[in-house]
Design a protein around this ligand. Sequence first.
Ligand code: DQA
Length: 146
Amino acid sequence: MKQILVIHGPNLNLLGTREPQIYGRTTLKQINSSLEKLARKRKVRIRIVQSNIEGKIVDLIGKAKNKFDAILINPAAYTHTSVAIRDAIAASGILTVEVHLSNIHTREEFRHKSLISPVVRGSILGFGPASYLLGLDALIDILHVS
Ligand code: DQA
């Protein structure tokens, strides 16, 4: 069975109450259970981690190489700042999809640039919690054809 690592970056543990006008009212727990449901339906195994710590995310990606077939990541604020997470993804060579709940291009200018986008297969943004499900579906499609 294919294994996919799902990484939620900083402050995503606060979903549900965090700026609901931007991120909605869906909690991280609810997002995770819909990801689990999709994974069961499509017969892949997922491991889900949330961390507020950049170095922990770098370590997770570094150790993912021989354990996971793909990564689904919402790097959250680190999207715009982390050369370290970008380099970890590039170094791992693991098939990775980046997702965002909001459309970062319609928000403040400092969010318009993703340091992560150039090293991932693709990015899905602006669809709220559905961004995660679309991202997972896309990864599974790619894994099944490769
Ligand atoms: C986010 C967008 C980022 O700019 C922000 O820092 C987040 C969440 C999103 O999912 O829309 O924390 O990644």
